[in-house]
Ligand binder design. Structure first.
Ligand code: ADP
Ligand code: MG
Length: 321
């Protein structure tokens, strides 16, 4: 049983079904309605030491990343952050660690007008859970389910850096030293694309944030929307550091299948392309069209010579081993 079939089998149905739940299990966040014109998006993610971040990560970076990955799910739904609840599992009450952690948390939260309103603290192996709530006008939440044949597929920023950064920390990647700080920064301090998600509310037909790898996460859009896609490998956006890794004989696996990028992947009806490109330019957010939605199921990745690239479709799955 993998992570997704486990959720599907035990937590998708069987309980209460309320009229005010607009969208339940299965997207980047749930959507609930509390008043006629306003809906709330709820999302949670847990980060476990040694699993989601190396044990040597600073307290500041642990807090920053835990918050950034949750903000990224709100971004994928087009929601504006409002409230957070923090669940901390700590091996000990280390004042210095806690003060660094609180600083990392509050510094990022301040930029998004997000208030910490509760949580829980217990002793145990280091883990950080967050539950976030953000607002969206009724009917405007972005979902994974609306992509249609002919829509254009976009990715923000670049993919693969965080996975390369982890490889560098683990000593499994050989890349010139001058690239290391930037890649490790991308691993520890992802950029949640919150403002970009809000801009997409009226335009994108589907959206997801890239936590498990482009191929797997775009795959969620395709299966939720009942469509397929064609993407061009040469258009997948990577950093100069990743280019250097490719030139040195590295492959595309980190960029396509390893995750931890926290960029947005979304689909746009072609008539919205120019307006969205202008909006993203004014937000100084890099944007790349990587392919097109097609009616036939499945994801086809074309290489420069037109041949199909065979990738590992699975992405990151906590229960695959
Ligand atoms: P993401 O990577 O965007 O955070 P996940 O892959 O973690 O999303 O989760 C997929 C979906 O399953 C989400 O809608 C999430 O809320 C839901 N989910 C995950 N675990 C549980 C659980 N234990 N009970 C109910 N829903 C869950
Ligand atoms: Mg997500």
């Amino acid at each position: 049983m993998n992570e997704f079939s486990l959720i599907q089998r035990f937590f998708t149905s069987g309980g209460v079904s309320r009229d005010d739940v607009v969208l339940g299990v299965g997207d980047d966040g749930a959507v609930v309605r509390c008043s006629p014109d306003q809906e709330w998006v709820m999302t949670s993610d847990i980060l476990l030491a040694g699993r989601h971040f190396p044990k040597a990560t600073t307290a500041y970076d642990v807090a920053y990343k835990a918050l950034a990955v949750n903000l990224s799910d709100l971004a994928a739904m087009g929601a504006e952050p409002a409230w957070a609840s923090l669940q901390l599992v700590l091996p000990e009450a280390d004042e210095r660690w806690l003060s660094d952690f609180a600083r990392g948390f509050y510094e990022l939260a301040k930029g998004y007008d997000l208030q910490l309103v509760g949580g829980d603290t217990v002793r145990g192996p280091l883990a950080v859970g967050l539950h976030l709530c953000g607002g969206v006008p009724t009917g405007k939440a972005l979902t994974r389910g609306g992509a249609q044949s002919g829509d254009l597929i976009y990715v923000t920023g670049s993919v693969g850096d965080a996975a390369l950064g982890l490889g560098i920390l683990q000593g499994t990647i050989d890349l010139a030293q001058n690239h290391h700080p930037q890649l490790i920064h991308r691993l520890n301090r992802p950029t949640p694309r919150v403002q970009e998600g809000i801009v997409l509310r009226d335009r994108a037909s589907a959206a997801i944030d890239l936590s498990d790898g482009l191929v797997a996460d775009l795959g969620h859009i395709l299966s939720s929307s009942g469509v397929g896609a064609n993407i061009e490998l040469g258009r997948v956006p990577v950093s100069d550091a990743y280019e250097a890794y490719l030139q040195g004989g590295g492959d595309w696996a980190f960029a396509l299948s390893h995750g931890d990028d926290y960029e947005l992947c979304f689909t746009l009806p072609p008539e919205h392309a120019v307006a969205v490109q202008e909006d993203f330019a004014s937000l100084a957010c890099p944007l790349r069209q990587i392919g097109t939605i097609e009616p036939g199921a499945g994801l086809r990745i074309r290489q420069m010579d037109g041949s199909l690239y065979r990738s590992d479709r699975r992405g990151f799955d906590h229960f695959s081993q």
